[in-house]
Design a protein around this ligand. Structure first.
Ligand code: SAM
Length: 245
């Protein structure tokens, strides 16, 4: 059977460890990924948002509290879908259990398509970006983060990380990682590949960002210094053209 990124999260022990790590103090998602993501996303008031690989949709709840009109999460893992349903109780948000590379995307339905740390699980980037493009209204935006290619390129076939050396950078494909006690496969591709795929899908790329640490987001100097060493996340924001563009 074909590998899906969500498989990892459907093993109960992986799911439990991931959720624990996600909520730990000074976790990389909150100190490095979220601040840049929020900057790129900007105001969400009055917007309809699709979130691909939404996880527990805790962020969806926040977006609704910030005034987004409608939130729909796509999520492949049953464990995550259950957590997302809980997060979205009593608010105008929904979650659908689907693989983002197979979902039937409605046309011109969303003002924003977002995805946080999920696209590096997907093999066919061109098709996914084509679907995202179709589902955005003209002028709508795609904002996403992925694990930085400098990180995914350090994962070597054995899956056992022995160093942080970038290697086989231009050889793209799934790489195995022993992560939080389980085995996960992340799709390594270069920065250039992400950029060119966005342009090929028709997007105007507006921003490319990396997770440069900001001191005020850290309580401990030691964690801040450690995060200055290696970029963990890569971000893009891109706009769908309007007729008059
Ligand atoms: C690292 S978690 C991030 C979750 C959430 N976006 C966040 O930032 O908290 C990645 C999520 O993507 C989901 N995922 C991975 N591959 C997927 C796919 N092909 N279709 C839908 N969801 C997928 C996983 O199940 C997991 O919940």
């Amino acid at each position: 059977m074909r590998y899906r990124g969500s498989d990892f999260y459907d093993r109960d022990e992986n799911f439990a460890r991931y959720m624990e790590r996600r909520q730990s103090e000074e976790n990389a998602n909150d100190t490095l990924e979220k601040p840049v993501f929020e900057e790129l996303l900007g105001s969400v008031a009055g917007l309809r948002i699709l979130d691909a690989g939404c996880g527990d949709a805790g962020y969806g709840r926040e977006l609704l509290e910030l005034g987004c009109t409608a939130y729909l999460g796509l999520e492949g893992s049953g464990n995550m879908v259950m957590a997302a349903q809980k997060s979205l109780e009593g608010v105008n948000g929904n979650v659908v259990r689907a693989w983002m590379e197979e979902w039937e995307y409605p046309h011109e339905a969303f003002d924003r398509v977002i995805s946080r740390l999920a696209i590096h699980y997907v093999e066919d980037l061109d098709r996914l970006l084509h679907d995202f493009y179709q589902s955005l209204k003209p002028g709508g935006k795609l904002v996403f983060s992925v694990e930085h290619p400098v990180i995914t390129s350090t994962l070597q076939p054995s899956g056992q990380r022995t160093s942080w050396v970038v290697d086989n950078y231009f050889t793209e494909g799934y790489r195995e990682q022993q992560w939080m006690g389980g085995t996960v496969y992340k799709y390594h591709r270069s920065i250039e590949t992400y950029f060119l795929a966005l342009q090929k899908a028709g997007f105007v790329v507006e921003h490319v960002r990396e997770s440069k640490p900001v001191r005020s987001n850290f309580r401990q100097e030691e964690t801040y210094q450690r995060r200055l060493r290696i970029p963990l996340f890569l971000f893009f924001s891109a706009r769908k053209r309007k007729d008059e563009d």
